[in-house]
Write a protein that binds this ligand. Structure first.
Ligand SMILES: [Fe+2]
Length: 258
C-alpha cells in the first residue's frame, strides 16, 4: 500500500492528518458509507475462499458451481471498485486533491488481481482432470492473498477514508453519494449484492436497509428482495426480521407456497 501523499498543500495536509487520527466520536456519530457493503463483501469473500478450498475436483457439477460463484464474486468486487472510484474517490478528490490516493492505488492492484483470478478460473474450468489439483491449489492461494489484501484495504477505507469523508462532507452529502452508487447498479447486480447483505448484516442493519428500500423502490422489487432474503435466512432470523419490519407473519407472495 502507498504512503500518505507528501505533496498536499498545508490546509489539505491538516485535514488529511486529522483524517488519520482514530476519532471515536466520529465513528459512533457519522454516516458510514462503507460499513454495510464491506460486511457483505467480507462474507462473500469468505464463502468463496471456503468453497474453493473444499471443492471436490472430481465432481464436475460442484467444480462448475464453485467456479461460477467465483466469477460472480469477481464481478461484484470489480463493480465495487468501480463504484468507489467513480463516486467516492472522485468526490473526495474534488475537495481534497490526492485525498483518496492510497485506496485509489490499491484499486489499480485489485483490478489487476481480479483479471488474473478470472484467468485462473477459466484455466481450471477447461483443464483435464489430472491438471486440476495443481491449478486449484494455485487459484485457492491467489484468492487467499486477494482476500487478505481486501480485508486490509477495507480497513483503511473504513478508518482513513471515512475520516476524510467526515471532515469534508455532511452526512446528507455522504447519503447522496451512497444514492449515486445504488443508482448505478443494474437490478441483477443489486439482487446479487442483496444476497450478501442478507447473510452479512445484523437484523437491525438489514431492517434499516429494507425500510429504505420499501420507501424508495417499487413494491414488486421489494417483494422480490424479501423472497430472496427469506431463502438466505434461518426461520428464526426471518421471524426477527419480519417483526422488525412490522410485517407480523407476512410472507412474500413469491414464497407463500413453500
Ligand atoms: Fe475499495
Amino acid at each position: 500500500m502507498s504512503t500518505v501523499p507528501a505533496l498536499l498543500d498545508p490546509a489539505a495536509q491538516a485535514i488529511h492528518q486529522a483524517a488519520q487520527q482514530p476519532t471515536q466520536q466520529a465513528t459512533t456519530a457519522r454516516l458510514d458509507i462503507y460499513a454495510g457493503i464491506h460486511k457483505a463483501l467480507r462474507t462473500l469473500m469468505g464463502d468463496i475462499l471456503g468453497r474453493l478450498g473444499r471443492c471436490d475436483l472430481d465432481h464436475p457439477g460442484e467444480l462448475r458451481d464453485t467456479l461460477d460463484r467465483t466469477d460472480l464474486m469477481l464481478d461484484l468486487m470489480a463493480s465495487h471498485v468501480d463504484s468507489e472510484n467513480t463516486v467516492i474517490h472522485t468526490a473526495i478528490e474534488a475537495r481534497l486533491p490526492e485525498g483518496a490516493r492510497q485506496t485509489t492505488e490499491d484499486h489499480v492492484e485489485h483490478q489487476h488481481s481480479i483479471a488474473a483470478l478470472r484467468q485462473d478460473v477459466q484455466v481450471l474450468r477447461v483443464a483435464q482432470p489430472v491438471q486440476r489439483p495443481l491449478l486449484a491449489r494455485h487459484l485457492y492461494r491467489q484468492m487467499a492473498l486477494f482476500v487478505a489484501e481486501n480485508l486490509e484495504h477495507m480497513h483503511v477505507e473504513e478508518t482513513t477514508n471515512n475520516a476524510t469523508l467526515w471532515s469534508l462532507f455532511t452526512d446528507a452529502e455522504i447519503g447522496q453519494l451512497e444514492g449515486q452508487i445504488v443508482s448505478r447498479l443494474s437490478p441483477e447486480k443489486m439482487m446479487a449484492y442483496m444476497r450478501w447483505f442478507a447473510v452479512g448484516l445484523s437484523t437491525a442493519e438489514l431492517t434499516g436497509l429494507l425500510q429504505a428500500m420499501r420507501l424508495g423502490a417499487p413494491a414488486e422489487a421489494f417483494d422480490a428482495t424479501l423472497a430472496l432474503i427469506k431463502g438466505e435466512l434461518s426461520p428464526e432470523r426471518w421471524d426477527r426480521l419480519a417483526t422488525a419490519l412490522q410485517m407480523g407473519s407476512l410472507v412474500p407472495a413469491s414464497t407463500a407456497t413453500h
